[in-house]
Ligand binder design. Structure first.
Ligand code: THG
Length: 287
């Protein structure tokens, strides 16, 4: 785009709107895990619809539970969510390629896969699926020796993985690199390491998206939502254009839009004004 300032060039997302991946359908959450076991389609359908209506691009589906049940559980989740919200695009959240394949086979349209890492079983299992079905793909800088403690170590893995996806014919635009967010309560530099990784990825791979599991930052802390908001603002400044989060958290959504606006990613402040007039941010209409 002509006349772009360096700050604007940081964003890979031309339509200045964050790509939100709704986190709530996750079997490790107690009520969701129980609903999956009981095959409670109303409960899951309702969670899907409410997230969709609050504005998400993708709905994350994580079956959790026992590994041997995961393929059938994820297939059921896909079918159930699709019946409740046919327009939704799904993000299948599992390291297990058999579960991902079972989900893909039930899905009406192309999904996002969450995720590929450099662990051998995922390179052998998940990468071929992403290339074959041309899915959107989340990439994690985890290797066979775990998560590298610093940004440069994470970059080494990201470089390896991007080389593999390029070889497999998946365009960079379909990649969502997750720099990995670790709890600030377990390491004082955890936030800074993630932010530094974001900046390096943005610089070296301008066409990829950047996403993360935002609320990991606040595990084990009070006032989690406030910490999540602070981190989201900094991550957006570092080039994050997507996040896995609770889309029904209005404060978080308002903070996200405010950050994009003051960073010059919202032309004529149009998104912010529109969202306010539509009652998507600010006081709940009618109260
Ligand atoms: N990266 C990638 N995928 C991921 C994660 C990541 N998938 C799973 C997880 N991390 C992101 N998903 C969740 C889902 C739920 C919660 C946190 C992360 C959670 N929910 C609260 C609960 O269940 O009580 C409530 C949420 C709220 O009220 O805000 O904690 O890092 N690629």
């Amino acid at each position: 785009m002509a006349g772009q300032t360096p700050a604007m060039a940081l964003s890979s997302c031309e339509a200045n709107d964050m790509i939100i991946i709704g986190e709530k359908i996750n079997g490790t959450r107690k009520e969701v895990g129980a609903a999956i076991v009981k095959r409670d389609a109303n409960f899951i359908g309702d969670l899907a619809l409410r997230q969709f209506q609050s504005g998400v691009t993708f709905l994350d589906l994580n079956a959790g539970g026992l590994p041997e049940r995961e393929p059938q559980d994820l297939a059921w989740l896909v079918q159930t969510v699709q019946e409740a919200v046919p327009e939704a695009t799904l993000c299948l959240d599992s390291p297990n390629h058999l579960a991902l394949l079972a989900g893909i086979e039930k899905a009406a349209k192309t999904v996002m896969l969450n995720s590929l890492s450099a662990e051998l079983f995922r390179v052998e299992g998940v990468l071929p699926l992403a290339c074959q079905f041309q899915t959107e793909l989340i990439i994690l800088p985890i290797g066979d020796k775990g998560i590298p403690p610093d940004a440069e170590g994470r970059m080494t893995i990201v470089r390896q993985l991007v080389e593999m996806t390029r070889k497999g014919g998946l365009p960079d635009e379909k990649l969502y690199v997750d720099p990995l967010v670790m709890a600030i309560s377990t390491g004082i530099e955890n936030g800074n390491i993630t932010l530094e990784t974001c900046r390096k990825i943005r610089e070296e791979f301008p066409a990829v998206h950047l996403t993360c599991g935002l609320s990991n930052i606040s595990f084990g802390m009070p006032l989690r939502s406030i910490l999540n908001q602070a981190f989201l603002v900094l991550a957006i400044q570092a080039g994050m254009d997507s996040a896995i989060l609770d889309p029904q958290n209005r404060e978080l959504r308002a903070m996200m839009m405010a950050a994009e606006t003051v960073l010059g990613k919202d032309r004529h402040c149009m998104n912010f004004n529109r969202a306010f007039r539509a009652g998507k941010i600010g006081p709940v209409k009618g109260s």
